[in-house]
Design a protein around this ligand. Structure first.
Ligand code: ATP
Ligand code: NI
Length: 356
């Protein structure tokens, strides 16, 4: 998170804890093939928060579920790699994948009630997670569960372990879910809109909690949201998704100071100035198209104020926006900035042909 930026920049030479390369996840419905995640690549380092932002339907959750090995039928991963600690999860059996995930990657969803079972006490659910992931039982598990609830800032933890989810407030429930996620002692935490259902004050407290936990545990965090205000607060690096593709990636300061992709520029213009935290993405006209064919054009072109003829005929690939910014990339025919438009189009045309 922001305080960690300097540190995580120094550490970008280290091997990433999670590395996603050219990930392809599609849903094979009766009607069509939906290419929900279509060639997405990014890394997460220890202690780093990577934000994933984009409008509804852009493929953020499917990216997260792909990493967790939790893609719903009729979906499947049909290309690319997901390396966790150097091991490619897509090459593992379901069982091995679950095991690796259980010992290193945990996920927190938007609605805490989807992760909590209403008929068991919060304590029993956390203890079950500890039994599964750390082989703890009895008194040991109870003590560890108390410690986890205390770590996520739930007061009077020993008593609250005996309560049921409905006895917790919304904010406390999300804290309990985070405690459960921590039961596997993860190295990577994937948060899919973890604060969207909460009011602004509680949201700020949960974000602060995540930052503390990250510092204590050196967690790599993937943080999905469509709230640019939240992204500004939590992310070290931001990946912008559109219609299954990563259209821009940059360190958070660069993305906000100098967004390059016309889509990102549109997203940032849609933040209401005064209350950025509650800002929703809504003012770019039109909708995210369903990606249902191999892209031979720019999927954003129909909504893009800067589109020109070639945008309908050439698929833009991710390129550094200019020579000074190797870690700021955009998938747009306007880049790299040093090239004339004709040269840039040619550059994308030849590089696009290489993929797949
Ligand atoms: N089970 C499914 N069956 C068919 N299509 C699906 C399924 N789940 C997701 N999709 C499709 O995959 C695409 C990406 O969906 P995804 O949920 O990842 O979007 P998102 O960016 O997380 O959006 P939101 O901000 O609304 O959560 C959408 O076009 C969606 O319709
Ligand atoms: Ni989603």
């Amino acid at each position: 998170m922001s305080a960690q930026t300097a540190e995580s920049e120094n550490r970008s030479d280290e091997e990433p804890i999670l590395s996603v390369q050219n990930l392809q996840t599609s849903f094979y419905t009766d009607k069509e093939v939906i290419r929900a995640v279509d060639g997405v690549s990014f890394d997460i380092h220890r202690g780093e928060t990577v934000g994933i932002v984009g409008e509804s339907g852009s493929g953020k959750s499917v990216t997260a579920r792909s990493i967790m090995g939790l893609v719903d039928s009729p979906g499947r991963i049909d290309g690319g790699s997901i390396e966790f600690n150097g091991e490619d999860l897509t090459k593992k059996s379901q069982k091995q994948w679950r095991k690796i995930r259980g010992s290193g990657i945990a996920m927190v969803f938007q609605d805490p009630l989807t992760s909590l079972n209403p008929v068991y006490t919060v304590g029993n659910q956390i203890k079950e997670a500890l039994r599964l992931h750390q082989n703890l039982s009895g008194k040991q598990a109870t003590n560890e569960a108390v410690e986890l609830l205390e770590a996520v800032g739930i007061p009077d933890a020993r008593r609250r372990l005996r309560e049921y989810p409905h006895e917790f407030s919304g904010g406390m429930r999300q804290r309990a879910v985070i405690a459960m996620a921590l039961a596997c002692d993860p190295e990577v935490l994937i948060c899919d809109e973890p604060t969207t259902a909460l009011d602004v004050t509680i949201q700020a407290q949960i974000l602060e909690l995540l930052e503390t936990l990250q510092e204590e545990r050196d967690l790599g965090i993937m943080f999905i949201t469509h709230d640019m205000g939240v992204i500004a607060e939590v992310a070290d690096r931001v990946n912008v998704m559109y219609a299954g593709e990563m259209v821009e990636t940059a360190p958070v300061e660069d993305l906000f100071a100098d967004p390059k992709h016309p889509y990102t520029q549109g997203l940032l213009q849609s933040i209401p100035g005064v209350d950025a935290v509650g800002g929703r993405l809504s003012t770019i006209e039109g909708d995210v198209p369903t990606p249902n064919e191999k892209p031979t054009y720019c999927r954003f072109a129909p909504r893009c104020p800067k589109a020109f003829d070639e945008c309908d005929a050439v698929h833009p690939v991710s390129v550094p926006v200019n020579e000074e910014s190797p870690d700021h990339t955009a998938a747009c025919l306007l880049y790299p900035e040093e090239m004339s438009t004709a040269d840039a189009v040619e550059h994308h045309r030849t590089r696009g042909g290489d993929s797949e």
